[in-house]
Write a protein that binds this ligand. Sequence first.
Ligand SMILES: NC(=O)c1ccc[n+]([C@@H]2O[C@H](COP(=O)([O-])OP(=O)(O)OC[C@H]3O[C@@H](n4cnc5c(N)ncnc54)[C@H](OP(=O)(O)O)[C@@H]3O)[C@@H](O)[C@H]2O)c1
Length: 293
Amino acid sequence: MHVLITGGTGLIGTAVVAELLGHGHTVTGLARSDASARAVEAAGGTALRGSLADLDVVRGGADRADGVVHLAFANDFSSPEALAQAVAEETAALTTMGEALAGSDRPLVTVSGTPWVPGRLSTEADPLPTDGPVGGRGRTVNAILELASRGVRSSAVRLPRTVHNQGNGGFAGLLTTIARQTGVSGYPGDGTQRWPAVHALDAAVLFRLALESAPAGSAWHAVDDEGDSVRDIATVIGRRLGLPVESVPAETFGPLGPIFATDQPSSSAATRAGLGWEPTHPRLLTDLENLEP
Ligand SMILES: NC(=O)c1ccc[n+]([C@@H]2O[C@H](COP(=O)([O-])OP(=O)(O)OC[C@H]3O[C@@H](n4cnc5c(N)ncnc54)[C@H](OP(=O)(O)O)[C@@H]3O)[C@@H](O)[C@H]2O)c1
């Protein structure tokens, strides 16, 4: 299959590009800078110069592809306005790619996030949250899955809070960044809230499996660790960086504070059974041992 990928130069996208190329697919990667274009080409793909905001470029790329994997996101959590702008940009691009594939039965695999349900593991059958600071992303994913009724084999790979590689990435990566900035490895509340996690190389396999065979309108969980306590995560980070480990106010984490404070364990039992996905790479607390002071 010839695949258009957005976000193919990111922590997760790099792994997805390698996974696709390693299984006989060819890849065109949206690249918003010369450096990103060079990275796509060096990985073995073809660069498509443009950003998510260049809707004509994105539409043309989807028109020419046998399938699309969408991962790009500005990841700007610096203010509520910046986050809203990132969500709006992603929505426009994803909607454009979905419309380009309508009536073709071609696959569109979009990134999403695992939901949270008080008191139990969330499952693939639970609905996405559609309010809160990133609720717009959930509404967009739901609209993409509804394109199943218009001849798009759309599916969503829901990622856990931390997708990691060499100890970097995701919410645990943000904890590490803030620890380096503040000199304290902090966690909100009592730190007993749990976050799910997966290694990027395992998540990449699930993106490929969804592209190749997920039924239209389906959602999958790329979850290996069902839930690590945030205090355990902060404890490894603090030890690796030589910093004290303490509870800190939720405001320390900006617009993500309420999400950081939420217990949100998740299951991938239906994904393992449905697509035969089995993670094999190190879990988060082991991978964090790769952090250097
Ligand atoms: N890592 C995690 O733990 C995690 C967890 C849950 C969900 N996710 C989601 O998974 C996706 C990928 O995450 P990641 O950790 O791999 O992110 P990342 O390392 O920050 O990579 C982001 C990717 O998106 C591209 N990008 C950003 N804004 C763009 C724009 N305006 N136009 C074109 N490309 C743009 C970047 O291109 P450049 O290389 O040019 O910067 C890069 O390829 C995101 O949607 C993220 O929200 C990640």
